[in-house]
Design a protein around this ligand. Structure first.
Ligand code: NAD
Length: 345
């Protein structure tokens, strides 16, 4: 298949690009190369035949039309987005423009291409979204695909709006869409402003390891390479118009996650005092959702997909990857806002 992947120079998109190329697909990687992008993430496949890169902004409809006309993809995997909740608190405008208007442009460009090609049944528009659209859970319960939307941050509200647009384009125009909503990802090539890399890199630098509030917030952690595998499964075998929740079956409180990472570093890069001594509790994020947890029954029973690693296995691989790839993260630490506390409201 020829896949048009948007946001393929980001964290999850690049994992999709690497895996899709490995599975023998052709990939057109469309990315605006914002602060969050890094083309090194796709270096392992960038010279292979069947891969091409287009620097383009999904806010620019005219450019999208030329990309569809030139490359005539069989399917779209739409990951391009502004993705950092803290940045959405400081500057929601970019989230509205890229996540909502950008998705609208992608839908319209894809629809025009699909109509022009004679409405091929096999065409797919796969919209990649987040479990944050469902809001926040108490101590029990899980998000299913039928959980009502209740987004609470500018980021999650913009993603919720984009999900609604995608469903509307299916219902109204018949565009063959699939959707997926996943939990927090972690793994190699994670941009160094997100929790897991912040913990690893602050620990290694001898800096305080910031934990928001009391560290009680619970997330359901999904290894990024498992997520990429799930996404290609949904794309190829998911039912048209249906959405799939993707989770790692690995709930952890933030403080426990941080302690696990510190323990791995104690083993792999020992120093006289434990890394856990650097943990520092800082003011919580405004509106910080208490708990997310995914019920993965649908993707497991209908598509036979399960995550391949536990949280302990995935964290071990991740910590080792950061230890082995210092030039990658050092280069990104100079980007605007990285290493600063953002989103305090
Ligand atoms: N990271 C997570 O834990 C997580 C969880 C659930 C869902 N998601 C969703 O998965 C997708 C990818 O997330 P990620 O963590 O890889 O994000 P990321 O921030 O690492 O990457 C986003 C990519 O999109 C590109 N981009 C941003 N604005 C663009 C624009 N206007 N035009 C073209 N490209 C643009 C960036 O340059 C970047 O390469 C997003 O849609 C996000 O909402 C992420």
């Amino acid at each position: 298949m020829k896949l048009l992947v948007t946001g393929g120079a980001g964290f999850i998109g690049s994992a999709v690009v690497r895996l899709a190329m490995g599975q023998g697909h052709q990939v057109v990687n469309l990315d605006a190369l914002t602060y969050a992008a890094c083309l090194d993430n796709v270096a392992p496949v960038a010279d292979l035949p069947g891969y091409s890169f287009v620097q383009a902004d999904i806010r620019d409809r005219a450019v999208l039309d030329t990309v569809f006309a030139e490359h005539a993809p069989d399917a779209v995997m739409h990951l391009a987005a502004e993705s950092h909740v803290d940045r959405s608190i400081d500057g929601p405008g970019d989230f509205i423009d890229t996540n909502i208007t950008g998705t609208y442009n992608m839908l319209e460009a894809a629809r025009a291409h699909w109509l022009q090609a004679g409405r091929p049944k096999a065409f797919r528009f796969h919209h990649i979204s987040t479990d944050e659209v469902f809001g926040s859970l108490g101590a029990t319960g899980q998000f299913t695909e039928d959980t009502p939307y209740d987004p609470r941050s500018p980021y999650s509200a913009s993603k919720a709006a984009s999900d609604h647009l995608v469903r509307a384009w299916h219902e109204t125009y018949g565009l063959p869409v699939v959707l997926s909503n996943c939990s927090n990802n972690y793994g190699p090539y994670h941009f160094p402003e997100k929790l897991v890399p912040v913990v690893i890199l602050n620990a290694l630098a001898g800096q305080p390891i910031p934990v928001y509030g009391a560290g009680e917030n619970v997330r359901d952690w999904l290894y990024v390479e498992d997520h990429a595998d799930a996404l290609l499964t949904v794309l190829q075998r998911g039912a048209v118009g249906r959405s799939y929740n993707i989770g790692g079956e690995n709930e952890a409180r933030n403080i426990d996650l941080v302690r696990k990472i510190c323990a791995l570093l104690d083993e792999k890069r020992p120093k006289p005092t434990p890394y856990g001594d650097q943990i520092a509790f800082v003011t919580d994020r405004p509106g910080h959702d208490a708990r997310y947890a995914i019920d993965p029954t649908r993707i497991a029973t209908e598509l036979g997909w399960r995550p391949s690693v536990t949280l302990d296995q995935g964290l071990e691989r991740t910590v080792q990857w950061y230890l082995d790839n210092e030039p990658w993260w050092r280069a990104l630490q100079t980007r605007d806002g990285v290493g600063q506390r953002l989103g305090t409201g």
